[in-house]
Design a protein around this ligand. Structure first.
Ligand code: NAI
Ligand code: MG
Length: 366
């Protein structure tokens, strides 16, 4: 089978970290995995060439690809460009037109980096969980949404949390599908004790579980308790599924369990094609274009490489290859081959390319 990848390196450190992913793709291709890659512009670099943040042609390529790998966009160079074509607009258009409603944020704590966590080593060492956040509904988008001045001079602000059965069903299926490829456990997080959307969320998750995924363990955890448990004992979780607002907060808590921004991958998934069973998918590091270090070979490529690892696992079903890549990353970290952001005290930091080369070497050796 061939797997079609669209690479959108973007701006700043985007191209630098994408180059390292290309080395990894090249290694797997040499070993007989059928990757086809195309590359296109997005963000400020697309604006410089075409006066838009992503062209229609690039959008069509993204739509035709099995997975999109996205670097990062933005930077001070484009501060003055018109709002509709600012670098971030390219990413927003991709998310919208590919219908990416599920955001997956893993929190992985490599033993070699456990001391960089905000928590004690024994609490986080070996942590490997994923937060599945609903991305296109909920209180960020619900109507009415307004800020008005009342006759008595007071102001009144309203945000509305809205979820439909269909929106909850599809994010629930993403979470259970994911858990089946992992440790078979889903924790669903809402506040059904005080919110109607929480009541519906819990009902729908329970129904889908019973009807379609009864072989996976399910628990319901109120969102405030979930936040507490993430800090107290995060290793009890496997997959956490939650709404847009709680997911925003819980995934930032989880991020701090793991250390550097340069280590955090993510995926955004869309609807399943009823014919092929494939989902639209975009994989990107959580970090931005890091203009302060761009162009100097200092960026940590592991968030980007880990994002490709998620594509192996979740878009292509290449689980052995994904495990091998994870192991290679862990070994490189353990060997002390680290960029400046994660180098320990007294450790010599290496460059972006050195990390990519070391991971390829480790893939070869494993
Ligand atoms: P940032 O994530 O780019 O950088 C924050 C800090 O973390 C910086 O000190 C940076 O050097 C460091 N850092 C980030 N990634 C790193 C890596 N791989 N290795 C080592 N150090 C790393 O966030 P910031 O500075 O707020 O934004 C910079 C630009 O990126 C802005 O134009 C912003 O709009 C854009 N941005 C783009 C995103 C995207 O493309 N999805 C997401 C976040 C920001
Ligand atoms: Mg956030």
């Amino acid at each position: 089978a061939t797997h079609k990848l669209l690479l959108l390196p973007g701006d700043g450190i985007g191209p630098e970290v994408m180059r390292e992913v290309e080395k990894i793709v090249g290694w797997f291709r040499k070993r007989g995995v059928g990757f086809e890659t195309e590359t296109d512009l997005v963000g400020g670099s697309a604006y410089d060439a075409h006066k838009v943040s992503i062209t229609d042609a690039a959008m069509a390529r993204a739509d035709a690809a099995d997975a999109v790998l996205f670097g990062a966009v933005g930077g001070p160079k484009w501060d003055g460009v018109p709002y509709e074509v600012r670098p971030e607009a390219g990413l927003l258009r991709l998310r919208k037109e590919l219908g990416l409603f599920a955001n997956l944020r893993p929190a992985i704590c490599y033993p070699a980096l456990a001391d960089a966590s905000s928590l004690k080593r024994e609490v986080v060492e070996g942590l490997d969980i994923v937060i599945v956040r609903e991305l296109t509904g909920g209180v960020y988008f619900g109507e009415p949404k307004e800020l008005v001045t009342l006759e008595n001079g007071q102001q009144r602000a309203v945000d509305t949390q809205v979820y439909t059965t269909g929106e909850i069903e599809r994010i629930t299926r993403v979470a259970f599908d994911l858990a089946k490829k992992r440790r078979n456990k889903v924790s669903s997080s809402e506040k059904s004790n005080v919110m109607k959307t929480g009541v519906l969320w819990r009902q729908v998750v329970s129904r889908i579980h019973k009807a379609e995924f009864s072989d996976v363990a399910l628990e319901h955890v109120l969102a405030d308790n979930c936040a507490m448990q993430l800090v107290k004992n995060p290793k009890q979780f496997d997959v956490i599924v939650t709404d847009n607002l709680f997911g925003d907060i819980l995934s930032d808590i989880a991020a701090m369990l793991t250390g550097s921004l340069g280590m955090l991958p993510s995926a955004s998934l869309g609807a399943e094609d009823p014919q092929t069973g494939k989902r639209k998918a975009l994989y990107e590091p959580v970090h931005g274009s890091a203009p302060d270090i761009a162009g100097r070979g200092l960026a940590n490529p592991i968030a980007m490489i880990g994002s490709f690892g998620m594509a192996l696992r979740y878009s292509f079903g290449l689980l052995d290859e994904a495990d091998r890549l994870d192991k290679a990353i862990a070994n490189v970290l353990a060997a002390g081959i680290r960029t400046k952001d994660i180098a320990g005290p007294g450790m010599n930091a290496v460059g972006t390319q050195d990390v990519g080369d070391a991971i390829v070497k480790e893939l070869e050796a494993l």
